[in-house]
Design a protein around this ligand. Structure first.
Ligand code: ADP
Ligand code: MG
Length: 582
């Protein structure tokens, strides 16, 4: 049996009694990816990569075709996050490449390893600007939006090109890499033996990076004397897969912790040290904050201002990227290294015994957590019709509690903000959302890849506006028969459905959609299950059925159109007009 694409080709050329065993660019790319354990490609076929997709599928790779490149790119990005191997997105030249570029930039911003492989026009024509089909200098355009960008011009360099792309995507701070493959490379022929020898298996693509011993001592010295210490876990910590050591560090220290959105579930959200329901208090009153794989960006108010209160703070930051330190405020104790090595070194340093944090502090946090949970409980059980966000999310919260290994994809404004605080997570890397940019449109791409990469059921909780960005991909979900249940929180518009056109004209307001749309019918059009749900009971029943059956399902969950607020919880980021008064 042939073992590589090149072998198959060689056999074919033998069959035709060819004088010499040959391979070509197509087969070398496939062999280079597979040699490095990459067996799945997310993409959209077209010139010049249609045959590449066909051949990859023929060679046994999983090739998942989307309806739009941005969603294929988002799928590749989240596949990278879930597997620590770069997710591959394959696009056609110019417009397809640009569609994929948004996802590549988003992956880079979020520190997800992915490789965007794009076919391109031939250099000779592009550089003379002679107007080729889909002519574009893609490499130059990709560069500012990714961690690294490479172009391969000759078949004998494919092995090195793929190796460089993998290493750039995975090592250090992970990110997006662009790999430019001009059309004529694919068909370039070379000797099969030489081709095989040119391939590179990347040894240790993400080498461990040990923190300096003095950095560990400094961090522990700062932490030890804290009166009101806090640990913040970010998605870098979830990505690092140091789950047990991180839990041990939190528990041994006795320090309250806050998970960032995608770090929820690294420790179960109902853990007694979780300060999740006392976030404001924890940020405001803490005196020493240890960040593990989280950045002091806008999501943490840049480490200063009202959110952080008047209490002087000292920050300890654990991150693989040295330049992250002092990006917003002074970092008193930088610990640079990979999270697994850093956390294990910190644990070793705590071996001699560790003082419990002052009980006034842990008690105050606990009290606040319990009060907030108790205040929230009745809201989550209300039976108002139409449903408000709390009623609908209360139902979904129970479902995730009962099915902790399901993957939750979440985007929207109110739908995102409420779900993040209401739905508890119990296992690491189960919550996938809009990430660092707060970008809309990740929904269906993430859902497809989550199902493909993990084989677990996926629950995608989507605002009606957010769903619109990638909604056509429900055809993809049906085509591959994936266990994805999409719940569209339908409140007739963006933020809410009640806005009116301020001019009194006939056009509806800019934030309003067709009233009472039936998104469930879209799913039925592709052979999936569509359900229209108006009560928490109907919603619960529909989602449980979908999770049990594994059938592609879309639940149109009718939400009170008056229930949402402007931009969810980040309305303060909207600039206000100084001259037009409401
Ligand atoms: P969140 O949004 O959850 O706060 P961010 O994406 O802002 O998380 O931060 C993740 C951080 O984790 C980045 O600064 C990144 O450099 C870091 N990181 C990612 N993987 C690792 C790793 N294996 N070891 C150390 N740091 C990592
Ligand atoms: Mg809406």
């Amino acid at each position: 049996m042939p073992t590589t694409a090149t072998d198959t080709l060689r056999q074919k050329s033998h069959d035709k009694s060819a004088p010499q065993s040959l391979t070509d660019g197509f087969h070398l790319i496939i062999d280079a990816l597979r040699l490095n354990g990459i067996n799945t490609i997310y993409g959209v076929p077209g010139i010049p990569i249609t045959d590449f997709g066909r051949l990859a599928q023929a060679e046994g790779m999983r090739v998942i075709s989307f309806r739009h490149e941005q969603h294929a790119g988002n799928a590749a990005a989240i596949a990278g996050y879930l597997t620590q191997k770069p997710g591959i997105c394959l696009t056609v030249s110019a417009p397809g490449f640009l569609n994929g570029l948004t996802a590549l930039a988003n992956a880079t911003t979020n520190c997800f390893p992915m490789i965007l492989i794009s076919g391109s026009s031939d250099r000779e024509v592009v550089d003379l600007q002679q107007g080729d089909y889909e002519e574009m200098d893609q490499l130059a355009i990709a560069k500012p939006h990714c961690k690294a960008a490479f172009r391969v011009l000759h078949a004998q360099d494919i092995g090195i090109g793929v190796a460089r792309a993998i290493r750039a995507a995975c090592s250090g701070r992970p990110g997006g890499v662009y790999l430019d493959l001009p059309a004529k490379l694919f068909a370039e022929v070379m000797d099969a033996q030489a081709g095989r020898e040119s391939l590179v298996k990347v040894v240790d693509p993400a080498p461990r990076q040990f923190p300096a011993p003095e950095a560990i001592v400094r961090a522990l010295d700062v932490l030890k004397v804290a009166k009101r210490p806090l640990i913040i876990l970010g998605k870098g910590a979830a990505y690092a897969r140091a789950d047990e050591d991180i839990r041990a560090l939190v528990e041994k220290s006795g320090i309250p912790y806050l998970p960032m959105s995608m770090a929820k579930g690294l420790l179960p959200d109902d853990h007694p040290q979780s300060a999740g329901a006392a976030r404001s208090l924890a940020l405001k009153e803490s005196d020493v904050v240890m960040m593990i794989g989280a950045r002091l960006n806008w999501l943490l108010s840049h480490g200063k201002g009202k959110t952080w209160g008047t209490e002087p703070k000292k920050f300890i930051q654990i991150d693989i990227e040295p330049r992250e330190m002092d990006s917003n405020v002074e970092i008193a104790a930088p610990v640079v290294g990979d999270i697994a090595s850093c956390v294990s070194a910190l644990l070793d340093g705590m071996d001699g015994g560790w003082p419990a944090p002052p009980p006034e502090w842990t008690g105050a946090i606990r009290e606040k957590v319990e009060a907030n949970i108790a205040r929230m409980a009745p809201k989550l059980r209300n039976n108002n019709v139409p449903m408000d966000f709390h009623a609908a999310l209360g139902a979904l919260r129970t479902i995730i509690k009962e099915r902790p290994d399901a993957i939750l994809v979440n985007e929207g404004a109110n739908t995102l903000d409420f779900a993040r605080s209401i739905i508890n997570m119990y296992q690491p890397r189960k919550r996938l959302d809009v990430g660092t940019w707060g970008v809309m449109g990740i929904g269906m791409g993430f859902a497809v890849a989550a199902a493909i990469e993990t084989g677990k059921p996926v629950l995608a909780v989507e605002g009606d506006s957010a769903f619109g960005f990638s909604g056509m991909e429900i055809e993809t979900i049906c085509r591959y028969n994936l266990p994805v249940c999409v719940v569209v929180f339908n409140n007739n518009g963006i933020y809410r459905g009640t806005d009116v056109n301020p001019s009194g004209g006939t056009d509806v307001a800019t934030t309003v959609f067709v009233k009472d749309s039936r998104y469930d019918k879209m799913m039925e059009a592709f052979g999936g299950v569509g359900v229209h749900a108006t009560t928490p009971d109907e919603l619960t029943r529909a989602v449980n059925e979908a999770m049990d059956s594994g059938k592609p399902t879309l639940v149109n969950a009718v939400i009170d159109e008056k229930a949402g607020t402007e931009s969810g919880r980040i309305g303060d980021l909207n600039p206000q007009s100084a001259v037009s008064k409401k």
